[in-house]
Design a binder for this molecule. Structure first.
Ligand code: SAM
Length: 305
């Protein structure tokens, strides 16, 4: 016969409750985004090197997810990586001027979610938003949701519109973000006219490059798939293509210092003034020696920058 159970002591009950709570919390951490998971650079094995090197990534994620409307930059995409790396350190920079193409008029989470992020992250930024959907802009203005936001209306693929945007805003941006229509011809048209408007030392972000790899997109404009262009520029930065075909088709933009890519997106950096050491002509003689060809063979390529 089993002996009757002894009543549990108060301490045993408390320990049991604490263990149960810890187990539930641990399980929740795997299924629901809690504070532990939000610190995304902390890996399961503990703090990562990246967490120390790039504290801005967590800052962007936390800032974006604490807004009333949360941009898909940090939900569907992981753009906290590039924005945390390049923009978070600019939080206290004065006279920062930024243009984003794409206010987010058809977004299920609300219009202007990225504006909320930028205004919180970069409180003194002079922010310009460019948007195709004029009715949406008018509605938002009437509803008072845009505040004193500078808005440019029109199609990012139309050169005349782009020239008007430059004239209205005064150009000379430190940061340009293309989060507009995401089609290759739209991104290309905007980049061609807006890259010269990026100040030396500035950043040009291009989001959602996977869209331009779709079957319809590639059929329509097989020669201007932006992902191919990013790869052509990267190749030219890394090595010299001596038959020059690639460089002629997709020449590096003037003053391009780097192309850095992540899932779905790239950022193109413009060389700061006076950084001739970073330029292609400065490398001409050395590169010719490195690859064992006469200097004149690489001159054509290097002199265009
Ligand atoms: C992905 S949403 C932008 C999301 C917003 N930046 C955010 O993070 O919440 C894309 C926006 O670009 C606009 N857009 C689409 N095609 C465009 C074009 N050709 N020119 C300018 N804006 C365009 C759309 O109307 C939409 O508002």
């Amino acid at each position: 016969m089993r002996s009757p159970r002894k009543p549990l002591s108060r301490d045993a009950v408390l320990v049991g409750v604490a263990l149960a709570a810890a187990t539930v919390t641990g399980l929740l951490a795997f299924v629901a985004p809690g504070p532990a998971e939000n610190r995304r650079l902390t890996s399961l094995s503990g703090p990562s090197a990246m967490e120390h090197a790039l504290p801005g990534v967590d800052l962007v994620f936390q800032t974006a997810t604490s807004q009333k409307r949360v941009t898909d930059k940090v939900t569907r995409h992981s753009y906290d990586l590039m924005y945390g790396t390049f923009l978070a350190p600019l939080a206290h920079k004065s006279n920062l001027k930024m243009l984003e193409i794409g206010l987010g008029c058809a977004q299920s989470y609300g219009v202007g979610a990225s504006v909320d992020l930028w205004r919180t992250l970069l409180p003194t930024v002079e922010l310009w938003e460019a948007e195709f959907n004029e009715d949406c802009v008018k509605e938002q203005r009437a509803a008072g949701t845009l505040g004193d936001l500078n808005v440019l209306v029109g199609d990012q693929s139309d050169p005349d519109t782009l020239k008007r945007w430059i004239a209205e805003s005064g150009g000379a941006f430190d940061v340009i973000i293309d989060d507009g229509g995401h089609k290759n011809f739209q991104i290309k048209a905007s980049f061609d006219l807006l890259w010269p408007e990026l100040k030396p030392g500035g950043f040009y972000f291009i989001e959602d490059l996977q869209v331009g790899r779709g079957a319809k997109a590639t059929r329509r404009n097989p020669d201007i798939i932006i992902s191919d262009i990013m790869q052509a520029w990267t190749e030219q930065l890394l090595v010299i293509n001596l038959n020059q075909e690639q460089a002629r088709k997709h020449p590096l933009p003037k003053g391009c210092a780097f192309v850095m890519c992540q899932l779905d997106a790239c950022v193109v950096g413009k060389r700061p003034d006076g950084f001739e050491r970073w330029s292609r002509p400065s490398r001409m003689a050395q590169v010719a020696r490195d690859i064992g060809v006469p200097e004149r063979l690489v001159q054509d390529l290097y002199l265009q920058d």
